[in-house]
Design a binder for this molecule. Sequence first.
Ligand code: KG4
Ligand code: ZN
Length: 335
Amino acid sequence: MLILGIETSCDETSVAVVRDGREKLACATRTQVEIHRLYGGVVPEIASRAHAESISQLTAMALSEAGVGLSDLDAVAVTAWPGLIGALLVGVGFAKGLAAAADLPLVPVHHLRGHIAANYLAYPELKPPFLCLVVSGGHTSLVHVEDYTVCRTLGRTRDDAAGECFDKVARVLGLPYPGGVALDQLGREGNPHAFAFPHAAVAGAPLDFSFSGLKTAAINHLHNLEQKGDSVHKADFAASLMEGVAEALISRMELAARETGAPVLALAGGVSANSVLRRKAEALAARLGLPLCLPPLSLCGDNAAMIAAQGFYEWQAGNLADASLNALAVRDIAE
Ligand code: KG4
Ligand code: ZN
């Protein structure tokens, strides 16, 4: 079963060909970070236009790299939700056209289920159930993956996502977009205990996260120093921020792992590339005596291979769409 995957939910245009949900034959990705860096963040209108300019060419590149033609494909899978609506619409419109022209089934895929499925590409033996910490620019949740298309959210952020917190503090620190990547590089040289960034607990919801207090405390600290004409030790600040955020994430994951008795742990999403988080996840897995799946760095950020992988399981479950498919900016992972 060969599936062509399409991803345009944010600032990466990506097209991939995946066999049976597990084997990546090709993945052609073009990132827009250089364009958005000029503005310090993603500009939705510009993202949509850049997707439209690249998508046909990337499709041709992915098919050629995989050594297949349209007639060899069995389905077209596309990120239909959640994401920037204009950006999603470019992929959904293109996928609908392609599916109609090649007479193929159309499979809508939830972006976060796609991030989770990056692990199926990297770990051929991985099967649900497992516990996955999904951490991206827009989302932070602890998900119990009960089956390939059955996800239950155990905890979620009440305000900012972890990636958003990194990106916003990094911007005040004068680092280029996307800030999480820059912080990770800078923080390698720093002392993670130089600054204390306490993480708020959410009353009555021990598995939920809240990062807005931590983010505001970090930004206020930087502004206070600036007003006094003092400078901050950027590497120590970056290392301490990552320590605070990663500890908040992993402490909830530990609680959820103990509560659910999940047999396997996994990370997913752009922030799962973070070196501090990966180290802490490895330590947690060792403490609990559980196997851990960490997507390779190439599959942490947005890519279409993960969409095609999840598309295989959505197709198997009969979750297909017709030409009336519409993109949605917001949709729960359990829907
Ligand atoms: O999953 P993703 O590519 O896009 C969304 O679906 O949101 O995640 C992007 C996020 C950004 O906030 C970016 O700063 C963060 O992932 N990120 C990182 C690292 N690499 C990417 N954050 C911390 N450390 C990294 N190494
Ligand atoms: Zn993503």
